[in-house]
Design a binder for this molecule. Sequence first.
Ligand SMILES: *Cc1c(COP(=O)(O)O)cnc(C)c1O
Length: 228
Amino acid sequence: MTIKESLDEVGQRIRRAETDAGRPPGSVHLLAVSKTQPAEVVRAAAQWGQRAFGENYLQEAEDKIAVLSDLKLEWHFIGPIQSNKTATIARLFHWVHSVDRLKIAQRLNDQRLPARGPLQVCIQVNISGEGSKSGVGLDELPALAAKVAGLPNLCLRGLMAIPAPEKDPERQRRTFARLREALEMLNRQGLALDTLSMGMSDDLESAVAEGATWVRIGTALFGARKSR
Ligand SMILES: *Cc1c(COP(=O)(O)O)cnc(C)c1O
């Protein structure tokens, strides 16, 4: 399949899922997860109109962002964050989906140049218990969200999750529903969050049914990844 064909196919899956959920067309954004893919593949996807790309590994992303700086792309960091990486992330990225502790949020805030405008962030939540190791627990989420929301160079947009793999669509939905409910709870407590980053190649329909606003898609766009 060409990159155009897979972009069309994923786009159709998203539109169909929006319709099935009674949601307006265009309410779900496609984040093309380009980790392990070379810059030329990103360039090809950009030629067909894809603008937002997700990267997990900073060194690899730095190289790609430099090579593609002639294009107007929106870069999203979605991988685990070590504290010694925050300065580069704050400099190069528009969004960070994987903030999971205050120290990281504070460093991103301190290192973001105000002139670049606030860094758009999501807090990563561990919604499937022992299944995923990263992400803040639901019990600690309200306190962390309140603090992150107060950081001037960050704009807290919402929540992100990477649930443990699950084949049954009903169970997928129940897990995604927990993230939606967490977002609704934070909004009842006075935050104004509009972003749910959830759903990947195998479960995007379930995520859209439960309110995803960003689906993060790698394999369905670019094929299986070679192991790093
Ligand atoms: C790799 C990755 C994805 C994409 O997963 P696919 O199953 O290939 O679509 C999405 N989100 C995160 C955080 C990832 O690391």
